[in-house]
Design a protein around this ligand. Structure first.
Ligand code: ZN
Length: 135
């Protein structure tokens, strides 16, 4: 699986992560799943209910509304974004949640280093997947 993101969306996510510091920022990613590509066409920024520097929990009403709207627009759920005050890879807690979210792609931004990386569960193992930024 490859995650495709437009540079405009990447800037939006970076900006959101910067604004919410020191709290972790989070967002839902929607778009299209074609063959082995997850193409993000819509980013829904969601408040972090925990207001935590190291944990996040997306407001369930925001999740519900976003899924309903995406369905009307014919978009698929692609995955989740959040920022981390650590390297851009899933924490032990993230991995527990990743198991619950099935094939969702997890896009993580390190608020220290500024880099982004994407991950997915594959047979109970976390794998990093290629992230392509398009204009
Ligand atoms: Zn995390």
């Amino acid at each position: 699986m490859i995650l495709r993101l437009r540079s405009q969306q990447m800037h939006l996510l970076r900006e959101e992560a910067r604004k919410s510091l020191p709290v972790e920022a989070c967002a839902l990613l929607f778009g299209r799943l074609i063959d082995d590509e997850a193409i993000v066409t819509k980013v829904v920024v969601a408040p972090n209910l925990l207001k935590s520097k190291v944990r996040f929990e997306i407001d369930p009403q925001t999740v519900f509304n976003a899924f309903e709207e995406a369905e009307l627009e014919g978009l698929c759920f692609v995955g989740l974004f959040h920022s981390h005050p650590a390297p851009a890879r899933p924490s032990a807690v993230d991995i527990q949640y990743m198991k619950l979210w099935g094939k969702a792609v997890w896009l993580i931004l390190s608020s220290i280093k500024g880099n982004l990386a994407a991950f997915q569960m594959n047979n109970d193992e976390v794998i990093e997947i290629p992230l392509k930024i398009n204009n």
